[in-house]
Design a binder for this molecule. Structure first.
Ligand code: FE2
Length: 240
């Protein structure tokens, strides 16, 4: 069986990513998949991107926050996000990113896929049809059926909703590992999943583990970034 570490929505929370790696590094992974949103809302975008650049078995795509950062770096004037505290986080991130990490982001696609044996895995930020679609576990089953219909992929690995789940609909496996770095459900622990694949078996296991949230809070304070984010990381909740 091949082993794949599933990560996504890290949002520059390197302390959370590091905690996951300390927890799982005893396993050897054939692949590491990242569903995008490397950047914004925590202060470690460079460390996060460098971590993936160093791992040649990693496969990453861009998320909506990363795309917006690239637009800012191109000099575009953005209408959104409208909220001042969000804009501060975006512009701060665009300023602190190192040139080699910007280059790396520019090199990434919006979606990708890989094949393990005879199993095809699609990697999407939103869904296979819309990279900005937020697909929660509670979405109508019809929506999953539409995505499964005619899909060339046996497995869809998706992010963006920041909610961990695993569903098999019409023979297609839909997996969201949850968010490594920005929780929405009131549980501040980091979220990820491990996928084991063979030609006859698909196994998925989700994990929630603690990480040093105060390292994120300290860094936010050090850079005088909006207080609301410290509160969000401590609570594991989206407040804006
Ligand atoms: Fe995200």
């Amino acid at each position: 069986m091949k082993k794949v570490l599933l990560l996504g929505d890290i949002h520059a929370n390197f302390p959370a990513l590091h905690a996951i790696w300390c927890y799982v590094r005893k396993f050897s992974f054939d692949h590491i998949i990242n569903t995008g949103d490397f950047t914004v809302y925590s202060t470690f975008p460079n460390e996060t991107i460098q971590w993936f650049r160093r791992r040649k078995n990693s496969i990453s795509i861009l998320g909506n926050t990363d795309k917006r950062i690239l637009r800012i770096l191109k000099g575009e004037r953005l209408e959104r996000p409208r909220k001042a505290e969000k804009r501060i986080m975006y512009y701060w991130t665009a300023e602190i990113l190192l040139p080699e990490n910007i280059q790396y982001l520019k090199s990434l696609p919006y979606k990708t896929d890989l094949t393990i044996g005879n199993i095809r895995i699609g990697v999407f930020h939103g869904t296979s049809e819309d990279e900005d679609e937020t697909l929660f576990q509670s979405a109508p089953e019809m929506r999953f059926r539409e995505l499964a219909k005619g899909s060339p992929f046996h497995i869809h690995v998706m992010g963006h909703s920041h909610t961990p789940y695993y569903k098999v609909i019409d023979g297609v496996h839909f997996i969201n590992p949850g968010s490594v770095g920005r929780m929405f459900d009131g549980d501040p622990r980091t979220s990820f999943a491990i996928l084991k694949v063979s030609s006859t078996n698909v196994l998925v296991e989700h994990f929630r583990i603690p990480y040093p949230v105060e390292d994120v809070v300290t860094a936010l304070k050090q850079y005088r970034l909006p207080n609301i984010y410290s509160k969000m990381y401590r609570m594991g909740k989206k407040l804006n």
